[in-house]
Design a protein around this ligand. Sequence first.
Ligand code: XMP
Ligand code: MG
Length: 191
Amino acid sequence: MHAGWYEADIERVIATEEQIRQQTAKLAARVAADYKDVDRLLLICVLKGAIMFAADFTRELGRLGVPVELEFMAASSYGQGTSSSGVVRVLKDIDREVVGRHVLVLEDIVDTGLTLSWLVKYLTSQGAASVEVVTMFRKPAAVRSAPPLKYVGFDIPSEFVVGYGLDYAERYREIPFVGVLKPEIYSRPAT
Ligand code: XMP
Ligand code: MG
């Protein structure tokens, strides 16, 4: 079925292309209904991991006739490894004021939620009228932590996943589905 070079590195598939497509359409339909009275929704794609999801989700909103603007932010809490450092660095800020705007942050994956909590706080402090989050994937740690997430594509196990924008050391982003890497691919953090 999949013929990519990456097949050998993937232990198992977490979300197929079709499942991702279906979940994206469902999330977009909910957002379209919830924001039907909002003038222009401000979407903020969190680079780099959310690019695939942001592209598909934004297009889906377009099909549903929802007017939006699309901005990009880059924040990093992971570096090259596979465990959260808790330190958020803003690598690129948005090019537009959020004052009075209804903002939807488009995330690839929420693990501890540290990155997200920081981002939501930041955007709220900038004067956004509302800030909600749409994330394609959520790990168990995020279910327990604040802020509660309204729009979640998939709840997945607490394992490191790649594909559909998600990387390991900048690799595997181009994989059209999401899967778990074989453990031997990455070195485990020292204990
Ligand atoms: P926190 O813990 O702050 O982390 O919620 C969120 C960010 O960490 C990255 N992340 C991952 N990246 N595979 C990845 O490629 C994963 O399994 C994974 N888990 C977390 C991601 O950048 C996310 O925005
Ligand atoms: Mg990453």
